[in-house]
Design a protein around this ligand. Structure first.
Ligand code: KG4
Ligand code: ZN
Length: 345
């Protein structure tokens, strides 16, 4: 079964082809120009998707050496995400399937992230625990099969990636914040500033990152840091640079500590020996390292997909679509985009 998958829920235009669940191609274009605005501008994102969707789908088919008439189904994300962005991939996917006379299936973006761990070997065995941490979501999910989930906990306010992006903005270092903070943090001291570990005392598997973000903001004000000039008490140079590196390292370790601790607690409580991570924040080097060592210390195995499958990509959508089509799922062409779509098992 040949399935085309389309992802346009935020600022990545991506398409992929899978054959019987095996990945043949995955072409992703990230909209880097949003960095000039310090965040994704929804209207510009959807316009860019519109420009890119045809060439990206054609490139994915060409790389897979598959002509469109051989496709057996089309899958596209219908939520959650930015409505204008989702609509481009969703409308395109529906029209493509309609034109070819083949089934169409809508895919939940959060289900796709979970499935990103099943694209390449080594893959976790069922049931496993999945931590999805991205710019829009932070969620702990027990995965019973490619189509069955139990959401154990999620963020009550900001997503982990959103906190990275907002703190990077406060520091004036650019967008997206995750990869920049990850890099700069390597030169800083994670114990330089003690930021709050929100919700660590709470017995639930929920997260909260907005208090941490505010605490960084107050700290920067108190230290008289100016983001526009990247100066500390009016001065730039080595001292200001060192200060930024320390804030990055201290902030990152606060996020990572909470993510790792809650993930391991859930793994213990639900007796899940295999843990997988997904979403853009799963690319974080400190998160990967800490989760690996701490899980290994209690005999658990961690699966981290390659970075191209951590951030938004068509491969995870094509694979999720493949599982859904295989199970007989079909979506109506009336299927609407749902910006705040939740994950249900
Ligand atoms: O999964 P994704 O590409 O898109 C969403 O569905 O949100 O995740 C993007 C998020 C951004 O917030 C970005 O700052 C964050 O993932 N991110 C990282 C890293 N790379 C990307 N956060 C921490 N460390 C990284 N290395
Ligand atoms: Zn995502």
């Amino acid at each position: 079964m040949l399935v085309l998958g389309i992802e346009t829920s935020c600022d990545e235009t991506s398409a992929a082809v899978v054959e019987d669940g095996r990945l043949l191609s995955n072409i992703t274009r990230s909209q880097l120009f949003h960095s000039a605005y310090g965040g994704v501008v929804p209207e510009l994102a959807s316009r860019e998707h519109q420009k890119l969707i045809v060439p990206i789908v054609e490139a994915a088919l060409a790389k897979a050496h598959v002509s469109k008439d051989r496709l057996d189904g089309v899958a596209a994300v219908y939520g959650p995400g930015l409505i204008g962005s989702i609509l481009v991939g969703l409308s395109f996917g529906k029209a493509y399937a309609f034109g070819l006379g083949i089934p169409f299936v809508g895919v939940n973006h959060m289900q796709a992230h979970v499935v990103s761990n099943l694209i390449e070997d080594p893959k976790p065995g069922f049931p496993f625990l999945n931590l999805t941490a991205s710019g829009g979501h932070t969620q702990l999910v027990k995965v019973q099969s490619p189509l069955e989930y139990t959401v154990l906990g999620e963020t009550r306010d900001d997503a982990a990636g959103e906190a990275f992006d907002k703190v990077a903005k406060m520091l004036g270092i650019g967008y997206p914040g995750g990869p920049l903070i990850d890099r700069i943090a390597k030169n800083g001291n994670p114990r330089a500033v003690t930021f709050p570990r929100s919700f660590l005392d709470d017995p639930s598997f929920d997260f909260s990152f907005s208090g941490l973000k505010t605490s960084v903001l107050y700290y920067l004000r108190r230290m008289e840091y100016d983001a526009a000039g990247r100066t500390l008490r009016g001065k730039g140079g080595k001292e200001a640079e060192g200060f930024v590196a320390d804030v990055c390292a201290s902030f990152q370790s606060a996020v990572v500590e909470v993510l790792v601790e809650k993930t391991l607690r859930a793994a213990r409580q639900f007796d899940l020996p295999e843990i997988a991570v997904a979403g853009g924040v799963a690319a974080n080097s400190e998160l990967r390292a800490h989760l690996q060592t701490q899980s290994a210390a209690e005999g658990r195995r961690v699966f981290t997909p390659p970075i191209e499958f951590c951030t938004d990509n068509g491969a995870m959508v094509a694979l999720a679509g493949y599982y859904r089509l295989l199970a007989g799922a079909r979506s109506e062409f009336e299927l609407a985009a749902v910006p705040n779509l939740e994950l249900h098992g």
